[in-house]
Ligand binder design. Structure first.
Ligand code: IPM
Ligand code: MG
Length: 352
């Protein structure tokens, strides 16, 4: 078993360090770990946010634990050299098209949600976000119109096979949960969404046990704060999924609590090759201050054990230790507490 840790920028190194401590504490026999450079950190070291050596490393491991990328000092660079290209490039390079973003309220955290406690307590949903297509990867540019005005443009598109494979991922996820799938689109305005909806309906014929519904993304954003308990699995495109998953994070209390798995179809001897990252960014404003919440990254490591290494029992152990840490009132600044990054890591280790 081999995993890679790509810590990246900002708080990335601090939070991944705590997740690595947790993995080390489990002392998993035969687990090898390598480290690679990504993001602004890689740009300053090697001149590229996703160096070839990192890509090669990524191809040779069962799973990747990813911190965060993003560095304001790189904002002036051409887009291809900006830190974000590291994560976008890895998702594409490894064909990681299915992004699983679970959002569940931890016991005792009702008071920390941006929603009223009785609304928040019902949250237990999974966003299945498509990760290889949409407006993210279409042609784009800034051009001059004939009259001299500048125009920015980004091409949104989905081919039917791209929709079908993420629909299958959504239906399969729903089969393992409460068997409800809500497909989120904007079919009242966008052709891309109309095709999305048609294909999801076609695929649904193979999953008669799953109850399928459709929702426009604006309504979904509203329903997510009005009554999030109605959702089991949400399947949606890359852009809508990016937005709705940040929104879901505040419904459970903090963006510092949401983990994610990005999966493709390549199998390891123990599961599926994947990349695992907190859904939050590099938070440059608090980087290097030992203030960031490492729990989302620690929970991402648990997902790595589950999906890529087939170590379900170890994943559950980590998740239970995180739940206990929160229940015992160990909280960082994002949750109104004073615990530092390392103290939160200590607390998880103690409960492990
Ligand atoms: C995320 C992030 C990324 C995205 C950025 C860093 C490119 O916001 O993983 O949600 O937009 O996908
Ligand atoms: Mg995002």
């Amino acid at each position: 078993m081999k995993i890679a840790v790509f810590a990246g920028d900002g708080i990335g190194p601090e939070v991944t360090a705590q997740a690595v401590r947790v993995l080390d504490a489990l002392a998993i026999a035969g687990l090898e770990r390598v480290e690679g450079d990504v993001g602004g950190a890689a740009f300053y070291k090697h001149g590229h946010p996703l160096p070839q050596a990192t890509i090669d490393m990524a191809h040779g491991v069962d799973g990747i634990l990813f911190g965060a990328v993003g560095d304001f000092s790189c904002d002036h660079l051409e887009r291809a050299l900006r830190p974000e290209q590291a994560i976008l490039g890895l998702r594409k390079e490894l064909s990681l098209f299915a992004n699983l973003r679970p959002a569940k309220l931890f016991a005792g955290m009702e008071g920390f949600s941006a929603l009223r406690p009785e609304v928040a307590s019902a949250i237990d949903l999974l966003i299945v976000r498509e990760l290889n297509g949409d407006v993210y990867f279409g042609e784009k540019g800034i051009r001059k119109l004939p009259d001299g005005r500048r125009q920015g443009w980004d091409m949104m598109s989905y081919a039917e096979d791209e929709v079908a494979r993420i629909a299958h991922a959504g239906f399969k996820a729903a089969q393992g949960r409460a068997k409800k799938l809500c497909s989120v689109d904007k079919a009242n305005v966008l052709e891309t969404s109309q095709l999305w909806r048609d294909v999801v309906i076609e695929v649904s014929a193979q999953y008669p046990d799953v109850e399928l519904s459709h929702m426009y993304v604006d309504n979904a954003a509203m329903q997510l704060v009005k009554s999030p308990g109605q959702f089991d699995v949400i399947v949606t495109g890359n852009l809508f999924g990016d937005i709705l998953s940040d929104q879901a994070s505040m419904c459970v209390g903090s963006i510092g609590l949401l983990a994610s798995a990005s999966l493709g179809t390549r199998q390891t001897p123990y599961g599926t090759v994947g990349l695992y990252e907190p859904i939050h960014g590099s938070a440059p404003d608090i980087a290097g201050q030992n203030k960031a919440n490492p729990l989302a990254t620690i929970l991402s490591a648990a997902m790595l054990l589950r999906h890529s290494l087939g170590l379900e029992a170890q994943a559950v152990r980590i998740e239970a230790a995180v739940a206990r840490t929160l229940a015992d009132g160990v909280r960082g600044g994002d949750l109104g507490g004073t615990a530092t990054t390392t103290e939160i890591g200590d607390a998880v280790l103690a409960r492990l």
